[in-house]
Design a protein around this ligand. Structure first.
Ligand SMILES: [Zn+2]
Length: 366
């Protein structure tokens, strides 16, 4: 049983400064790789480094307007010529090599999919940057360039014959780009997609979306599921979401492939306001893995999104890799944290019933 780790130094060349200059610094990936080395994980034959390839422009165009590809090329050319970082929006910045790194970031995910479907590896974690989940078809945003997970989903539909995909996005920020792209369902006619988002409540954090009444429209109606978590929510709110919403829908939908947008910025020390430990994402992944084992021939691809406390996100990634490789009991643990009683009551007696009510017209399980 082998777990793939997509990585290449090209991802450091999207060089927007140290972490003091920009939160989404290349230092994030250096910290992760250093930690994996320190734990001797990269010497373990159960893990295999996957070298990324570039996504083709046709593949990027599965979900992005052509204009956007030209825009990022021009911005990077300008950055090279002026030898200065170039701003794309308030918080998204490009360096000379950002465009190339972005093609490899998306392509690294596609390479992992090929290796999974060819049975070279069982599952994979793509340690890539720039991240993708805030970018939509017509706009780069929130540190993101190409939407890696959205291209990956369309690639599975269009080039790999996969018909049913589940995307789980557990980054602390709502995956608004991915939601926008698929709001009316997949671009490909042959595919069916369900997106489960969990994130800090949009009234308290960027990008300010991801409420329970955002359920999709047209053929995507009922296929977008948002779980906004108020500040202070800890590890204990995830089993509620999984048991009450995700598991019943997966049992009805039966996904053939599961894609995960993994952010580690839910950690209690991160600049956001969640109260998760660094084992929380891994415990969430265990549950998702049970669905992949049941329906998707264990096929899971995780792609990296946010996470800004360098050592915490490194431990979070390490724990998820252990779970991918079925070493569920070999996690690095910190002291457990829990949500306040009133908060748990809000989830159990308000949010979950309201969410089920919204989803009832689309799912027999409710
Ligand atoms: Zn985030």
């Amino acid at each position: 049983m082998t777990t793939g780790i997509v990585y290449d130094d090209i991802y450091l060349e999207h060089d927007i400064g140290t972490q003091l200059q920009h939160q989404e610094s290349h230092e994030r990936l250096i910290a992760i790789m250093d930690f994996l080395k320190q734990q001797h994980l990269l010497e373990d034959p159960n893990f295999k480094i996957i070298k990324p390839r570039k996504a083709t422009l046709d593949q990027i165009k599965y979900v992005h307007q052509e204009r956007l590809i030209k825009e990022i090329q021009e911005i990077c050319d300008l950055s090279a010529k002026t030898r200065r970082l170039q701003a794309i929006d308030m918080d998204t910045v490009a360096s000379p090599k950002t465009y190339e790194a972005s093609l490899f970031s998306t392509g690294g995910n596609l390479q992992a999919i090929d290796e999974i479907l060819n049975n070279n590896i069982k599952n994979a974690f793509a340690l890539v940057r720039p991240p993708g989940h805030h970018s939509n078809s017509h706009r780069f945003a929130g540190f993101c360039i190409f939407n890696n997970i959205a291209v990956a989903a369309e690639y599975l539909f269009r080039e790999k014959g996969i018909k049913k995909i589940v995307i789980v996005d557990w980054d602390c920020h709502h995956g608004n780009g991915t939601q926008d792209i698929f709001y009316q369902g997949p671009k490909s006619d042959s595919g069916e997609l369900v997106i489960f988002n969990s994130h800090q409540d949009g009234r308290t954090l960027y990008p300010g979306s991801g409420f329970i009444d955002e359920v999709g429209s047209g053929k995507g109606e009922g296929r977008i599921i948002n779980y906004p978590m108020p500040p202070g929510s800890a590890d204990d709110v995830i089993p509620i979401y999984f048991n009450e919403i995700i598991a019943p829908i997966c049992d009805e939908f039966k996904p053939e492939f599961i894609l995960i947008s993994a952010g580690f910025d839910t950690h209690w020390t991160d600049y956001t306001n969640m109260n998760w430990t660094y084992q929380a994402p891994a415990n969430y992944l265990k549950k998702i893995k049970s669905m992949a084992q049941k329906y998707a021939n264990e096929r899971i691809l995780i792609t990296l999104e946010g996470g800004y406390e360098l050592d915490k996100q490194a431990r979070g990634v390490y724990n998820c890799l252990k779970v991918l490789n079925n070493e569920d009991d070999n996690l690095i643990l910190e002291e457990s944290r829990s949500s306040r009683t009133e908060l748990l009551e809000y989830f159990n007696y308000k949010l979950i019933p309201a969410l089920k009510e919204k989803l009832k017209p689309y799912w027999e399980c409710f």
